[in-house]
Design a protein around this ligand. Sequence first.
Ligand SMILES: Nc1ncnc2c1ncn2[C@@H]1O[C@H](COP(=O)(O)OP(=O)(O)OP(=O)(O)O)[C@@H](O)[C@H]1O
Ligand SMILES: [Mg+2]
Length: 496
Amino acid sequence: MVENVLEMQGIAKSFGGVHALKGINFKLKKGEIHALLGENGAGKSTLIKVLGGIHKPDHGDIFIDGEKVNIESVQDARSYGIGIIHQEIVLVPYLSIAENIFLGREPKNSLGLKDIKHINEQSQKMLEKLGLQIDVRKLVGELTIAQQQLVEIVKAISFNVKILVMDEPTSSLSNEEVNYLFKTMEKLRQQDISIIYISHRFEELFKMTEQITVIRDGTYVGTVETNKTTSNELVSMMVGREIENLYTRTPSVQNEEVLRVENLSQKGVFEDVSFCVRKGEILGFSGLVGAGRSEVMQAIFGAFPYDAGHIYLNGEELKIKNCIKAIEKGIAMVPEDRKGQGLILGNSVGFNLTLANLKNLMENKLFMSEKKRKKEIDQYVEDLRVKTASSDIAVSSLSGGNQQKVVIAKWLAIKPKLLILDEPTRGVDVGAKSEIYSIINNLANEGLAIIIVSSDLPEIINMCDSVCVMRSGMLVKQLEKSEVSQENIMRYATGG
Ligand SMILES: Nc1ncnc2c1ncn2[C@@H]1O[C@H](COP(=O)(O)OP(=O)(O)OP(=O)(O)O)[C@@H](O)[C@H]1O
Ligand SMILES: [Mg+2]
């Protein structure tokens, strides 16, 4: 009897000079949920793309149900029952949800035309099975990132899959949505479907998986049974060293107020939001996805309207109409959606790093100091350990987590007075996380006022001096450091 549905042996893949995979082994049992774990840039997504027929491996063999197969295309992968939810959403924004689900395999009616009615009905049923109440005729471009991710999931499982791969499916989902997803995974497991699960969140791995395979720098490190391992063991397998302190926070709050927001409202989105941030303070914003946190932050940054209320920066009332003005005033924001708002993907790492800071890098009115620019780029690449072959390659070829580091560095470079970070460590591995936290802490100690919006509760609890909890567009509670706990935050966030 063949126990493994899938076996990958000695898979190697290079891109030019970059050896992304140097010989990876991976075995997947029938009906198990098996995690693939590794630092940003370790090669997880690349391995998955080999399995999905997107990349052709340079070496190595793939066996499905004990038989050697050749996966040359996405179609091939599907015909072997492999379904993949990729890390970066690949839906077509100007098509409806239903059209996206059936893209490339649209049923035809008796006239030979796309049978829209059938497509809509079938898609609606699939969504309902997952407990989602969204009209499938809606355009994908109008959905939130979380909703788009759920559509990806519905789409992947709508094919008859026996191996389902999820590459960081929860990175932009709320707790509730994550629970839906977990229930769905449980159902799939009962149907003997095997799942490869990629996530940087240890609590998810411990909750959902049976085995964990760790890879590092494109090499296979080992496979462990989940209930026989510890997070410490996993971390040292992943990074090859122990991380002593994930969170660094030496509070340095001063009296001087930097930002004051009074009764900020935008009809139907947020209402009567008031708070202030002082020099050296890290203020957290917590709440369920859709509570209005990101919109409030965007309003402060000039990227979202408000119809009532006041915003003051260093005592001066701001009437900001766009982000350029906000940046001039000293406000920087690391957005939640790095693809849409944070990076110009076709351009180089170096270009993106210095994009927001060009003004400070000018020699005079006309010329940029190439030396200064180069120095600054090298500094950030080193400080944040951005894994890139050189700063001249396109940012799109970096792994997901390394792209996130570039977005953060880009905004740090302008040395703002107020720094807003929206989900700063989403998709970032533990090693890089601890580096990002220590940088945030240093910035606060230098006197920056910092706001962190995050769904990662340990991050909020450990890094912030005080936490504002939002629910349905309202700031329902500001918790002092001593009151901050997981239970308290969830209680106010859910109203329970
Ligand atoms: N198309 C490509 N061209 C050049 N280099 C690439 C390409 N795709 C991936 N790489 C490189 O291969 C390495 C592995 O990247 P990969 O995306 O597989 O990492 P990952 O483990 O999925 O990381 P993350 O946790 O950040 O998603 C990285 O160094 C990356 O820059
Ligand atoms: Mg990846």
